[in-house]
Design a protein around this ligand. Sequence first.
Ligand code: ADP
Ligand code: MG
Length: 280
Amino acid sequence: MLDVRGVRKVYDGHGRRVEAVRDLTFALDAGELACLVGPSGCGKTTLLKCVAGLLTPTAGEVLVDGRPVTGPPPGLAVVFQEYGRSLFPWMSVHDNVELPLRQKKLSRARRRKLVRDALDAVGLADAHRAYPWQLSGGMQQRVAIARAVAYEPSVLLMDEPFAAVDAQTRAELEDLIRDLWHELRVTVLFVTHDIDEAVYLGQRVLILSSSPTVVQKQLTIDLPDERDQLHTRADPRFTALRTHVYEQIQAAKRGACAPSGSAAAVGTPDARPDLDRTPA
Ligand code: ADP
Ligand code: MG
């Protein structure tokens, strides 16, 4: 469904040259939920913009459903990190969610149903007349998710969507994503800098190295499909997997590959290895 082949992106302008992404290759099957984890500044947003057709890669190519991406592909939706900037403050929640549907040739009744169902699915059925600024941060991000869902995408890209909400809301939104994914069977590429979040959400975790960015390792998350915040996070396998991801990221910083047998290692359950706070 999603094929990223040798993508490289160099920003070149105003006398400053930045190689944001060196060489990324990976693929997602239809209906897969994969998490991409990597430190801040390693090119995650750059990659998503290339996949979404908002940026042209310097080298390599992206295919969505077998077709090369040359502009925003039909059937692809993105949820950005900054919900505050992605919703229009002068439009009601209903109108914000409906906006992308106006590009599709749908009847008014059909549009209305899609908006209602999407707001229902994210638990905001009562809020359709409200304005984004009347809602909490977590609710605004739900609106952004509803907008993506209403569009009925076959591929959903999410760029650190919960980085700006509090921990409790974040846990709820993580479960919401798993629920929506189960229901819609959409292909999801979820980008995060949070190792725990990547392991909790994904069927597979793609670990990016720090700049110059390559895919350091891919890891299958062999946790049960039914996940919940209490039991999954307390599962020794969860702890072992996140320790493994953490080791891979440390190894990436040293420019090496961590021994793969270390997945069985047991880490400290209360330490949350958050990449942004990891000492160099
Ligand atoms: P991430 O999302 O992983 O934090 P980004 O993709 O935002 O990383 O950025 C990767 C690198 O590319 C950073 O060094 C950043 O400064 C640089 N960069 C991002 N966007 C631009 C741009 N429009 N022009 C120049 N450099 C950019
Ligand atoms: Mg980013």
